[in-house]
Design a protein around this ligand. Structure first.
Ligand code: PHE
Length: 342
């Protein structure tokens, strides 16, 4: 028994002092103490030499020794495992991998900008259906059946119901807002519209508009001009000049088209302005009395202005995009160019 106690004490001192610096040393320790021919096995084998009455005491001693050897080994296996895991999962010295981020579509960026400019002037946003009935798209806007102005817009009709069209402009939303009968009214209507055009660099069968409508007592053409002038300076910069040319729309009288000084050449002449120094950006006018009457509004009491512009057109001028088809081709080489803008 004494022999055994001495041996174990010596081994325990060795175990306590053991401090492996690498995996090989730890493995050597395991083989030395816990292996099939290891020290623990060997010492257990000496039980048979212990006298009967001392067997219990010897058993406790041997078990404590075995546990000491095992826990030393496990403590280091555990530590080593942790450090191996850490190395496998994160190396803080590596440069990070960036996650590819999407970007807003240029048309949406421009539409958002338009909306925010008009919202600051007190306009609220209204939307409506893209499949529209004849009344909201044409008739109520002072374009009764057989009105020649219907030819200005090549319309897609819904085959199953000739009363339905894919809306040709967002003026249909203005009609829906007037129908509600809440005055005064100050709304902008952004949205997608459809026309039966052959797709080319300069025309598409669907595009986007943003139209505005302001109805109140005493609204004048001066309000129209000032509102649109403000829009232009916010969108294209304070130096931008505007001019109005007389035009025709069935739902406005008088009607005008508005041009801005060319943002590319500043007026000296380039391809964008076709060497005129001016680019057309929108149609506008004072809401036609017939249209007000269609919605039960007395044109002697209320007046208002309306305007409509193409989002593609504004985007084309702002970012010099020369082919309308680019907007719907989902070509990342095109879309990524807008990544840093907003
Ligand atoms: N609805 C017209 C178009 O699509 C634009 C417009 C709107 C013109 C409002 C005048 C007033 O061309």
């Amino acid at each position: 028994m004494q022999d055994l106690q001495q041996k174990i004490a010596a081994y325990e001192a060795e175990i306590n002092a053991f401090q492996p610096t690498n995996a090989a040393e730890l493995e050597a320790f395991r083989i030395q103490f816990l292996g099939t021919k290891g020290i623990v096995k060997e010492i257990f084998g000496e039980m048979k030499n212990v006298a009967g009455p001392q067997k219990k005491e010897a058993g406790l001693l041997l078990n404590a020794f075995k546990i000491a050897a095992e826990s030393k080994y496990e403590a280091f296996v555990h530590l080593q495992g942790n450090s191996q895991n850490k190395e496998a999962k994160i190396d803080l010295t590596l440069p990070g991998t960036s996650i590819p981020l999407g970007t807003r579509h240029p048309l949406k960026m421009v539409e958002n900008k338009m909306v925010s400019i008009f919202e600051k002037l007190g306009f609220s946003v209204a939307t409506g259906p893209e499949v529209e009935d004849d009344w909201h798209n044409f008739t109520s806007l002072n374009m009764p059946e057989n009105h020649t102005a219907r030819d200005m817009q090549d319309t897609f009709y819904v085959a199953s119901n000739p009363d339905w069209v894919l809306r040709t402009h967002t003026s249909s939303v203005q009609a829906r807002m007037l129908e509600k009968g809440e005055l005064p009214l100050r709304v902008i209507c952004p949205g997608r519209v459809y026309r039966n055009e052959t797709i080319s660099a300069r025309a598409h069968c669907f595009f986007h508009q943003c139209e505005g409508l302001y109805i109140d007592k005493g609204v004048s053409f001066a309000d129209l001009k000032q509102t649109l002038y403000h829009f232009v300076t916010e969108m294209f910069g304070a130096d931008t000049k505007v001019r109005f040319r007389p035009s025709y729309f069935p739902f406005t009288e008088p009607s005008a088209e508005m041009d801005i000084s060319c943002t590319v050449c500043g007026g000296s002449g380039c391809n964008l302005c076709k060497h005129t120094g001016w680019v057309e950006i929108l149609g506008c006018g004072m809401v036609h009395p017939n249209m007000l009457r269609n919605f039960g509004i007395d044109p002697e009491v209320y007046s208002g202005f309306a305007f409509g512009m193409g989002v593609e057109r504004i985007t084309q001028i702002k970012y010099q995009v020369n082919d309308l088809r680019l907007y719907s081709q989902n070509d990342l080489r095109f879309l990524r160019q807008f990544q840093s803008i907003e």
